[in-house]
Design a protein around this ligand. Structure first.
Ligand code: GRF
Length: 207
């Protein structure tokens, strides 16, 4: 059974999609062992507690130095025996010590088709604003492994979403979540939990 640690900062709709798909057995061989947020008021923590999932706040603000926070994050992941770290809207930079310890065991959901509209500064609504500004007709979401770069790790799954003429950044964000993120993030966890994913160089092979 793959033990998943989900890291969140906000509302947690992606977390909810994972919880629902585990309960519906659309994700098999996986359980959430802990949900961690840097924000004590994140509704995501509430969502976890409603399903009797351990939910804790771990914020850089509560530590004197960044190193102490980094260490606490790693210690917490180990305490809950986390095999796979899922970044579901986590707005804190993952420390290198965690990335090295969890090589190809950290996945992130990004709300665009990487390599478009990604990298430093592209998060939240800013991604969708940039998509509308450029006038592309298709956007989407990407699940990828996390390496030391920003949105540069091996790509696991992508799903395209149509951009409509009357879209605002908010309507587009919502549609990208509904049509893409809530499907491909749980699917990636299911594939990993069932040993269907291998990483060769910077490419992911699905079997
Ligand atoms: C999503 O748009 C995700 O792509 C991004 O952060 C947002 C999280 O939303 N990384 P939620 O907290 O899962 O509702």
């Amino acid at each position: 059974m793959l033990k998943v640690g989900v890291l969140v900062s906000g509302g947690g709709t992606n977390l909810q999609a994972i919880i629902d798909k585990i309960e519906d057995k659309k994700i098999t061989n996986a359980m959430i062992s802990v949900v961690i947020s840097n924000n004590a008021n994140a509704y995501a923590l509430e969502r976890a507690r409603k399903h009797n999932i351990e939910a804790i706040c771990l914020s850089p603000k509560c530590y004197e130095t960044r190193d102490q926070f980094n260490e606490a994050l790693l210690t917490t992941l180990k305490k809950y025996e986390v095999d796979l770290v899922v970044l579901a809207g986590f707005l804190v930079i993952i420390p290198e010590c965690v990335i090295h310890e969890y090589e190809n065991k950290i996945i992130n959901i990004h709300p665009s088709l990487i390599p478009s509209f990604c990298g430093t500064g592209y998060y939240g609504l800013k991604v969708h604003e940039a998509v509308l500004e450029r006038g592309v007709k298709v956007t989407g979401a990407t699940v990828h492994f996390v390496d030391t770069g920003t949105d540069t790790g091996p790509i696991i799954l992508q799903k395209a979403v149509e951009v409509k003429e009357d879209d605002t950044s908010k309507t587009l964000q919502q549609r990208v979540m509904e049509e893409a993120e809530w499907n491909i993030l749980p699917e990636a966890i299911h594939l990993i939990a069932n040993n269907k994913i291998s990483v060769i160089g910077n490419k992911v092979k699905k079997s």
